[in-house]
Design a protein around this ligand. Structure first.
Ligand SMILES: [Fe+2]
Length: 579
């Protein structure tokens, strides 16, 4: 079956097999509860149990807050006394009380309420608190039965247009649980941050030891490759069983977006990786999206509708910065040229190609066009800058990144150039290494106009212990003069924005295969307002650590291909066994 047929078939299937109305009915009923209306009747014909008996402590997954506005934040928790076993909640509704206070001891409670945790959404709770003061810190906690949750700290955005002197935030991505400890999150929780962005690969879908880090897996996934709703719930719960991750969530509001592994490696819209029918994959995507929503501090506008979920959205931080949070996975064309690191071909260079989908592209350009902010940000998943992995005569690009969708990037950059969208900064995850580079009007002409800069953050754990450089680093930096920096340690990027300058600190840990590593600033870049281009301020290799590993860029892709091979072998064995 060719790609077009596959698309048409999956489209048909979507309209045929999804009973969207049922789901929407259910969702709108749940949303009514969120609006604070009086709860008189159980909405799903299940009883409401105000004095539930839990088999053990129900707040095992911690608390989180997110999607802040100037008068509102989302407060999140999920009742899961047996987090790795479907949650362990009985099949009834449980009222969960919440409190918002000005102080950590909850002496000055400013708001409180009750939200119903229902089995349909895995007993998760997403409270959209309103009437909050702008640019203000709050504390929150939950109570169910006689149990009280840990305390979380959150903060509202400043009012739109309000003059703002400073914003400090961090961004992170890629946290393969088996590849290492979340030491970086423990350090992140201790930073004084207004905000955290997660740019995807919050979980990985693999079975135990299918995806193996070069430095050896140090923890084990709790079950085989995840497919069902319960599988995805258990996997998200296993990741949240890490106390360092929970601490980072409790420390400040998060704005999350996903990449591929929240569902499956390198999926594109409704096209799975390999070895599944589109029908099977769409059901899998429904399961994955629902579990993701259940575990993230997202607004009800992101409640999945069957296989669809709204995740691209915009946050305006006073007059200082506007964040455009993208979803480059849900609406993209299939990877060109069979995916992987390949030469460009007719398909990858097709002028109609899209990574964002037409609606999101229009929304993005419209937002960039009317932005009044001093800094304009794309917070997104995959490598934005052109990155040639071979020679100028015979270029090779990552077909899963923007290079595989060059026309989509060109349309955005043409708009940026023509409309003089200034002070553009792109934040990126995905590639398990630190990079920094300038965005060029013409990547093949180093003297062409610089339209902005991209900071690519390394992984929290994915890839295992790192090194200063990889075997292929020098070649890539020489071949791509707009790329200014590479480093292969784990960590996150901390950004401090003022009206005059953007400062990015690459925070790294020397190892993740053991707990307890110290954090250090490996490099600091600055961008001056209205003076595009990166300026290297600090370049400080870690002492007594590995200068260069034997790894190359293709190893990451190969390790995931090997994982997929293992999955396919298991599948074949099962099929033979069933005959
Ligand atoms: Fe990743």
């Amino acid at each position: 079956m060719n790609r077009k047929d596959l698309f048409q078939d999956s489209e048909k299937l979507l309209h045929r097999s999804m009973n969207r109305k049922d789901f929407l009915d259910k969702v709108s009923k749940i949303a009514v509860v969120g609006l604070g209306m009086t709860l008189t009747q159980p909405l799903n014909n299940l009883r409401v149990e105000a004095a539930p008996q839990f088999t053990s402590y129900p707040f095992t997954l911690g608390v989180a807050s997110g999607d802040p506005l100037s008068d509102s934040v989302v407060l999140w928790t999920r009742l899961a006394p047996e987090p790795l076993n479907g949650g362990g909640m009985p099949n009834y509704n449980v009222p969960v009380q919440w409190e918002l206070a000005e102080d950590e001891a909850f002496r000055k409670i400013v708001q409180q309420g009750t939200e119903l945790a229902t089995p349909e959404l895995g007993h998760s709770v997403h409270v959209e608190v309103g009437d909050m003061e702008a640019n203000k810190q709050y504390y929150y906690r939950f109570k169910a039965g006689n149990e009280i949750s840990p305390v979380g700290k959150t903060k509202t955005l400043p009012a739109p247009g309000q003059p703002l002197s400073k914003l400090t935030f961090a961004f992170a991505s890629c946290q393969q649980f088996e590849h290492g400890y979340y030491t970086a999150y423990r350090h992140m929780a201790e930073e004084k941050l207004d905000l955290v962005f997660h740019l995807g690969d919050y979980i990985y879908e693999y079975g135990p030891n299918e995806y193996i880090s070069k430095t050896g897996n140090v923890r084990t996934h709790n079950g085989p490759e995840i497919i069902t709703l319960d599988d995805y719930r258990n996997r998200l719960a296993q990741y949240k069983s890490d106390k360092d991750l929970r601490a980072a969530h409790a420390a400040c509001p998060w704005i999350v977006t996903w990449d591929d592994h929240e569902v499956e490696n390198n999926y594109a819209d409704e096209i799975p990786e390999k070895g599944q029918s589109v029908e099977e994959f769409i059901q899998r995507r429904i399961n994955a999206y629902q579990a993701y929503y259940e575990h993230m501090p997202l607004r009800k506008s992101s409640i999945p509708q069957g296989p669809d979920m709204n995740l691209y959205r915009r946050f305006t931080y006073g007059d200082l910065v506007e964040f455009n949070v993208l979803d480059t996975r849900q609406y993209r064309d299939d990877q060109a040229n069979g995916d992987g690191i390949k030469p460009p071909n007719e398909e990858s260079m097709d002028p109609n190609r899209t990574l964002t989908g037409a609606d999101q592209e229009r929304w993005l350009l419209e937002g960039l066009g009317r932005s009044q902010a001093r800094w304009n940000v794309l917070a997104q998943q995959v490598f934005f800058n052109q990155l040639n992995f071979n020679t100028a005569d015979a270029p090779k690009y990552n077909m899963d990144a923007w290079d595989g969708y060059a026309a989509n990037r060109d349309r955005i950059l043409d708009f940026v150039s023509e409309n003089q969208v200034g002070n553009l900064v792109v934040l990126t995850g995905d590639v398990h290494a630190n990079w920094a580079g300038d965005i060029k009007k013409d990547y093949n002409d180093p003297d062409s106009e610089t339209l902005g800069s991209e900071f690519v953050g390394t992984s929290i754990t994915s890839g295992g212990d790192g090194a200063e450089q990889r075997k292929d680093t020098a070649q890539f930096l020489a071949e791509n003069p707009h790329i200014k920096f590479f480093n292969d340690y784990r960590g996150y990027v901390r950004c401090t924005i003022t009206p005059q300058k953007w400062t990015a600190d690459y925070r790294v840990v020397p190892y993740v295969s053991q707990p307890g590593a110290a954090i250090a600033t490996r490099a600091t870049f600055e961008i001056k307002h209205n003076e595009p281009g990166l300026k290297l301020k600090v370049d400080k290799p870690l002492s007594n650590t590995k200068k260069q590993s034997a790894e190359v860029e293709a190893d990451r892709i190969e390790a995931q291909e090997n994982a997929h091979e293992k999955q396919m072998k298991k599948l074949n064995k099962m099929e033979i066994g069933n005959r």
